[in-house]
Ligand binder design. Structure first.
Ligand code: GLN
Length: 235
């Protein structure tokens, strides 16, 4: 299982998800605390943020361990936005280790990350192709294809997860997606936590610190966060 985290709210730096918290994504890349599958997340990492200068998010991803990128701390300190996504990867056995297999996957304004695994045949029918043979890339392609037909983030995630979960009952399908103004996430086989702050919300595979306020989101649910607040509904 990989680990992912997102922020929606007042503009912040990506370092607030990665380097600043005691158990942020950097610490989770070598010492995750709630990970049930895999021990370290050293097969790549990625992050994305929105800047008014661009219609599409800025994405930075590498197929090396997060701790091995000496340029990352400074970049994460200045990469600021009201909507942020970060991810560290532990490749599933048999999946390629390459940049194009690393989250966040993007299409237009959308970004997506996946914690888990799925039989690729369970999603192939939903997408014409994917940028990598990795199962997560196929899931992302399926979600993006659905979004191009009907741009509702929550519905797209719920539909793809329902379809893939039916075809592959052993699948783990924690997806985290955003569009600059909202976040949608599914909990399907792995952990997800929510932390409400005065000026926004953090959604993460596992808590980024030991401060009070982290709430576990129940399995088989869909989380939606926007400027109107956070909603969690059963799937
Ligand atoms: N199956 C995906 C991959 O190989 C995600 C892995 C994970 O969640 N550890 O990248």
């Amino acid at each position: 299982m990989c680990r992912h985290a997102a922020w929606l709210g007042a503009p912040r730096a990506l370092a607030t998800l990665i380097h600043e918290p005691e158990h942020g994504l950097l610490a989770q890349s070598y010492a995750p605390r709630r990970q049930r599958h895999g021990t370290v997340n050293a097969d790549g990492f990625g992050m994305g943020w929105y800047d008014p200068a661009r219609a599409e998010p800025v994405r930075y991803r590498r197929a090396i361990p997060m701790w091995a990128d000496a340029n990352l701390p400074a970049l994460a300190q200045v990469a600021r936005s009201g909507c942020l996504l970060g991810a560290v990867r532990c490749a599933t056995v048999g999946m390629p280790v390459e940049e194009s297999a690393t989250a966040p996957f993007t299409d237009g304004r959308w970004m997506l990350s996946h914690n888990g695994r799925v039989e690729r045949d369970a999603v192939r029918a939903l997408a014409d192709g994917a940028e990598s043979a990795c199962d997560s890339a196929w899931l992302a392609a399926a979600v993006f294809q659905r979004l191009r037909a009907e741009p509702d983030l929550g519905e797209a995630l719920a539909e793809v997860v329902a379809h893939a979960g039916e075809k592959d009952p052993g699948a783990r399908l924690n997806l985290l997606a955003c569009d600059g103004e909202s976040i949608a996430a599914t909990v399907w086989g792995d952990t997800l936590f929510l932390h409400r702050h005065q000026d926004g919300v953090v959604v993460a595979s596992e808590p980024l610190d030991d401060l009070p306020g982290w709430q576990a989101v129940p399995d088989r649910s869909l989380l939606l966060a926007s400027s109107e607040g956070v909603r969690v509904q059963p799937m």
